[in-house]
Design a protein around this ligand. Structure first.
Ligand SMILES: CCCCCCCC/C=C\CCCCCCCC(=O)SCCNC(=O)CCNC(=O)[C@H](O)C(C)(C)COP(=O)(O)OP(=O)(O)OC[C@H]1O[C@@H](n2cnc3c(N)ncnc32)[C@H](O)[C@@H]1OP(=O)(O)O
Length: 178
């Protein structure tokens, strides 16, 4: 379902459909929304975002990324941004890139039984255009850990070309901290 929804968002972004089709799709979407509403659960019972084996952990907000290598210091894999993430002129929107890095670095910050943490800052360097509709390689790694502070770095590449780099501080939450 999430794969289809991601594709739907890409198709909506790319299409200029005739009015009849817009009306038909709007009715179908309204019907799906109504059917799902009756199955809503509380945040801590939802599965979206918790299915860590699915691309982007089935969190629709996040671009579809797949982790291929993971240990308690480093993660690597690939990501593909779709038409839905277009900024302009074939380049990914500048806001979608930190979204990916926050998820990747935030997720790595949890690995190895570490307690939950939150992003204190996330710095992005946009080194070159990040293209949509291409397989891109990502890497995320620990730079250092000092008490509750975890400093992580990440990079997205298109083949050998660096598209963007990230540098983030994640602070481990104290018991009871939201
Ligand atoms: C949470 C994940 C849950 C996962 C669930 C399971 C699913 C598993 C699957 C997949 C996981 C996916 C993962 C996604 C990840 C996403 C993460 C986010 O996007 S989080 C949302 C955005 N971030 C916020 O909303 C934070 C808002 N800020 C705060 O809550 C606080 O400011 C916080 C916790 C960051 C720090 O506050 P303090 O009161 O606990 O700690 P203080 O004492 O201020 O700082 C501790 C140390 O850090 C430094 N520090 C704090 N903020 C700093 C900053 N901005 N710059 C530099 N240093 C900073 C301080 O100077 C201090 O350093 P000194 O110990 O004195 O050396």
């Amino acid at each position: 379902m999430v794969d289809q929804l991601r594709m739907f968002l890409d198709r909506v972004a790319a299409a200029v459909p005739p009015p009849d089709l817009v009306n038909e799709i709007t009715k179908l979407a309204a019907e799906f929304n109504a059917r799902l509403q009756s199955h809503e659960v509380a945040e801590y019972n939802q599965v979206a975002g918790q299915l860590i084996d699915l691309p982007g952990r089935a969190q629709l907000l996040t671009p579809a990324y797949t982790v291929e290598e993971l240990d308690d210091q480093r993660a690597a894999g690939h990501v593909r941004f779709g038409r839905h993430h277009l900024g302009n002129n074939g380049a990914v929107h500048g806001g979608a890139i930190p979204l990916l890095f926050d998820d990747l670095l935030g997720r790595l910050a949890l690995v190895g039984g570490r307690p939950k943490s939150r992003t204190a800052y996330l710095h992005i360097d946009y080194r070159s255009i990040t293209p949509i509709d291409e397989d891109l390689q990502f890497e995320a790694w620990f730079e250092r850990e000092e008490g509750r502070k975890r400093v992580l770095r990440g990079a997205i590449r298109h083949n050998e070309r660096v598209c963007a780099e990230a540098h983030g501080l994640f602070v481990a939450l104290r018991p009871g901290q939201p």
